[in-house]
Design a protein around this ligand. Structure first.
Ligand SMILES: Nc1ncnc2c1ncn2[C@@H]1O[C@H](COP(=O)(O)OP(=O)(O)OP(=O)(O)O)[C@@H](O)[C@H]1O
Length: 272
């Protein structure tokens, strides 16, 4: 069963007439992961924001995006707000923008849990501590008393990912969620996403890292210049892509891995 079905999603700038995304169509089956890859500026983030009604008013969205009985493009902001808080969680690249700079992390996370999960504040505090521990955040009590600007980008990112996971939405859209994390935290956060996948979470995962997308995704959508270049099963797209651009992306990733491996081995050889 498809949880989201998008048909001919297009985004244009009504001030300049520029077409940012053109006729994008895809669907996401329940309990699967759709990976979205493509170069910077290809329209990956804008497409997801358009679905959730998060684009500025200067950008016009057309097409049809179905989430159950709801047509998201024509839906009222109030409906979209409910969907965003209960059904579809968006994890942004820039975690700083996701938190209120005037409240402590603890106040914000506890309030979100109380509002969306009907927890008492005592239960919400307990779950918050569990979430922060799971995200490998040391001294969670201190973090709860801190304001967003007092935390590193990586810490904020882990708080946002943990919060989204604990809200148990129907779909998580993760837009470059490991950007800004060091490699140990990247690995741990990816393991959490993998665990979520195994538990049946439906996921849209946007990443420049094809290795990560291959690790998590069932299907993959390759974008370039606002258009879908290729869309299909991840195993097929990664091993036998139809389009030269997809092949170019896969080959570039492979050669980077090879160069990295050679450099590391060379370093090891000279340091012995
Ligand atoms: N507020 C805006 N108004 C007009 N155009 C915008 C706005 N925000 C982004 N764009 C343009 O939309 C295009 C797509 O941007 P988008 O952020 O979706 O790319 P992306 O594929 O997610 O890139 P990245 O991988 O770097 O995050 C870009 O050309 C960008 O300049």
């Amino acid at each position: 069963m498809n949880l989201i079905e998008a048909y001919n999603l297009s985004i244009s700038n009504s001030l300049t007439g520029e077409l940012i995304v053109e006729n994008l169509s895809f669907h996401i089956k329940r309990h699967t992961c759709l990976g979205i890859v493509g170069e910077s500026g290809s329209g990956k983030s804008m497409s997801m924001k358009a679905i959730l009604g998060l684009l500025p008013s200067s950008l016009k969205t057309t097409g049809c995006v179905r989430f159950g009985d709801i047509e998201m493009i024509a839906a009222k902001q109030e409906t979209l707000r409910k969907i965003r808080s209960k059904h579809i969680c968006l994890i942004l690249q820039d975690a700083m923008t996701a938190f209120d700079p005037l409240s402590t992390m603890g106040e914000q996370i506890i309030e979100t849990f109380c509002e969306n999960m009907n927890y008492t504040s005592c239960e919400a505090k307990k779950v918050t501590l569990e979430v922060l521990n799971k995200m490998m955040i040391h001294d969670p009590l201190l973090i709860m008393q801190s304001y967003p600007h007092q935390l590193s980008g990586g810490m904020l990112q882990r708080c946002m990912i943990g919060l989204a996971m604990a809200l148990k939405p129907e779909i998580i859209i993760a837009d470059e969620p490991t950007t800004g994390l060091d490699s140990i935290n990247q690995r741990n956060v990816l393991a959490e996403f993998k665990r979520l996948r195994e538990e049946g979470m439906t996921l849209i995962f946007i990443s420049h890292d094809l290795g990560v997308v291959r690790y998590l995704a069932d299907d993959v959508l390759v974008m370039r210049h606002g258009q879908c270049i290729e869309y299909g099963e991840a195993a097929k797209v990664f091993t036998n892509p139809d389009q030269p651009y997809s092949k170019y992306l896969v080959d570039t990733r492979k050669s980077l891995t090879k160069v990295f491996g050679e450099l590391i081995n060379k370093g090891a050889a000279t340091s012995c």
